[in-house]
Design a binder for this molecule. Sequence first.
Ligand code: HEM
Ligand SMILES: [Ca+2]
Ligand SMILES: [Ca+2]
Length: 299
Amino acid sequence: SLSFNFYATSCPAAEFMVSNTVRSASSSDPTIPGKLLRLLFHDCFVEGCDASVLLQGNGTERSDPANTSLGGFSVIDSAKRVLEIFCPGVVSCADIVALAARDAVVVAGGPEFQIPTGRRDGRTSDAANVRPNIADTSFTMNEMIKLFNSKGLSLDDLVTLSGAHTIGSAHCNAFSDRFQMDSKGKLTLIDTSLDSRYADELMKKCPSDSSASKTVNNDPETSLAFDNQYYSNLLAHKGLFQSDSILLEDGRTRAKVEALANDQESFFRSWGESFLKLTAIGVKTDDEGEIRRSCSFAN
Ligand code: HEM
Ligand SMILES: [Ca+2]
Ligand SMILES: [Ca+2]
């Protein structure tokens, strides 16, 4: 099983080296924390937290269209490079992904807490497993609940972990389903759960002819700060994805949204608990899996 300070004797500076790498990468590129946090989500929901998302090659998870907008791989690679110099063959890529996401939140001003380590790296990675296990922005609440429950996560965990959208950004096509385009390329809002002024802003930033690489902030107010602003945005009908907006629309989750919007401390407490559950999904430990030498390839 996982344990706190798993590397205490085998590589005592492991966590320090990961956090240093995350810190220095984020200081030269402020988009890094969001990328590292999303990378963890996409790792843990597919085959568990086993770094399967990092494997390169034909038909791996990383090659699936649902994963092409992932980033932060180079930060994981540079942490691994340092660790392989000081503690060769000891620290798993799966632990690096989890620790890096934990540290990314701290860098962005979020809560700091210990997480257990001892995850081992998976040997398989199949693109076909991505879409059945990753939530789509068009999911209904029932579909979201079903998916999260299948990973051992509750309704409250869903609301809390969606708070990750308090940082980072999204490509225009990630929310284009909230608009309709006429034959001249003009957009109109079809999703009435969205604030109309916010919708206008989004249409301006993401016109129908905008480039595929164009992005907008997930949190229009404090995109670099890991705070509870996400929940105030939901109350103001400024959830970027339909899967954000329904957290307010649905009676089963609304009270939790309101509670987290009202109290940042309670968001941080909830975050710590739900993050621990997220980083423990389907972990491989002890004699399962391996410790990869390179995070991009199985040994
Ligand atoms: C509940 C269902 C969820 C859906 C439908 C969803 C969907 C999305 C989408 C479509 C994007 C934009 C990607 C892009 O276009 O580049 C995004 C970004 C992001 N998501 Fe989620 N997400 C969900 C839950 C989560 C969870 C649980 C986490 C982490 C705990 C997370 C963390 C992030 C982060 C940090 C970003 C910004 C990435 C960046 O800046 O590069 N999301 N999400
Ligand atoms: Ca995985
Ligand atoms: Ca924020």
